[in-house]
Design a protein around this ligand. Structure first.
Ligand code: SAM
Ligand code: SF4
Ligand code: FES
Length: 350
């Protein structure tokens, strides 16, 4: 236990000194007092580097069609039970306009890997959305250089593509039709094109060890990710992983806290999955290092069909409720609603 405190002080002073062995020790530490100290330290680092603002990113999940077959995901193409939908481009842009009018400064467009939306269709939507004075984040999975470039040239600001797990062997087992190297290549292209880039991992994947999670921390640190999305694995009944154990909430919080300490000025969301495995989970995450929240702006009836995992929060809420709801959440926590685009502001270590 003493060793854990010593490691934490060391990596806080010099994040690039953290080794896989040291991070594994911290992840395995189950002393409650230490874990509380870790959360408090991450909260202090968050305040020092990114302040009290919480940035709101309005999420529009515009298609649940997917060409991929990731074993954990309810949208995987082999899930024949899921009713599929695609929103129309006009409907998506209209929704983004509404979000902007409600005060959102970032719109996140997310979907399965749905090639029916051509690069040009997406580019046209980006151009329309940029008229609303918002930052545009895309989370559309793996595409090629030309497509990523066209979207950047059309005004897209950021791209979210979790690396899921930095252990290539585990990655291979969970992704029958995609390769870790390919994911990595996409992330590098996105960075090269000037996007703010977000990666991140799932915590508690079947077969994942503390060492693997330490690899995730080192991966996002060494990539110097602008954004890092972390959430628990939640088993979906219509996938091959239906009977596996879900990820542990405390372990996820530790991953968030350590990410904040390793990349102090990054943008880290309190993810929807954190609120799904524990009531109030997003509020707790915002107090352990996170500074971003992503209210769901997907219209009904579609939002209930974007079923990555069961029990997703907000699915039965009125479809305009989440944005005001997260504003109230931020105020209840004595934090401030971000008023800017909320880009990453790079800061040197103090
Ligand atoms: N298709 C794009 C992609 O994969 O990058 C974007 C959408 S995908 C649904 C967004 C994220 O959902 C994935 O990166 C994955 O981490 C997460 N996800 C999918 N199924 C999940 C599950 N059962 N439990 C937790 N997270 C899950
Ligand atoms: Fe498709 Fe993304 Fe789900 Fe994989 S995680 S099946 S790419 S929606
Ligand atoms: Fe959806 Fe609170 S964020 S109802």
């Amino acid at each position: 236990m003493r060793e854990s405190y010593v490691i934490l002080e060391k990596i806080k002073a010099d994040p690039y000194s953290a080794t896989l062995e040291e991070l594994t020790v911290l992840l395995k530490e189950n002393d409650e007092e230490f874990n509380e100290y870790l959360f408090q330290t991450a909260d202090e680092v968050r305040r020092e580097y990114v302040g009290d603002e919480v940035h709101i990113r309005a999420l529009i999940e515009f298609s649940n069609y997917c060409r991929r077959d990731c074993k954990y995901c309810g949208l995987r193409r082999s899930n024949r039970k899921l009713r599929r939908y695609r929103m129309k481009p006009e409907e998506i842009v209209q929704r983004a306009r509404m979000a902007a009018e409600m005060g959102a400064r970032t719109i996140v467009l997310q979907s399965g890997e749905d090639l029916t939306f051509t690069a040009e269709t997406i580019a046209d939507m980006i151009k329309e959305m940029k008229k609303f004075d918002v930052a545009v984040t895309l989370s559309l999975g793996e595409r090629d250089y030309r497509e990523y470039k066209l979207w950047k040239d059309s005004g897209a600001d950021r791209y979210l593509m979790r690396h899921e797990t930095a252990n290539p062997e585990l990655y291979r087992k969970l992704h029958p039709d995609s390769r870790f190297e390919e994911r990595l290549k996409c992330l590098k292209i996105l960075r090269e094109l000037g996007y703010e880039v977000g990666a991140g991992s799932i915590v508690g994947l079947p077969g994942q060890t503390a060492w693997d999670m330490a690899m995730d921390l080192i991966f996002t640190r060494d990539m110097d990710c602008d954004m890092v999305g972390i959430g628990p694995f939640i088993p979906h009944p219509d996938t091959p992983l239906a009977h596996e154990k879900p990820g542990d909430f405390i372990m996820c919080l530790k991953m968030v806290a350590l990410t904040r300490i390793l990349i102090p000025d990054s943008n880290i969301p309190a993810t929807t999955a954190m609120g799904t495995i524990k009531p109030g989970g997003r509020e707790i995450t915002l107090q352990c290092g996170a500074n971003v929240i992503m209210p769901n702006l997907t219209p009904t009836p579609y939002r209930a069909l974007y079923q990555l995992y069961p029990g997703k929060i907000c699915v039965f809420e009125s479809d305009v409720r989440c944005l005001p709801c997260v504003k109230m959440m931020i105020e209840r926590l004595n934090r401030k609603v971000g008023t800017t685009y909320g880009n990453r502001v790079k800061k040197k270590a103090a």
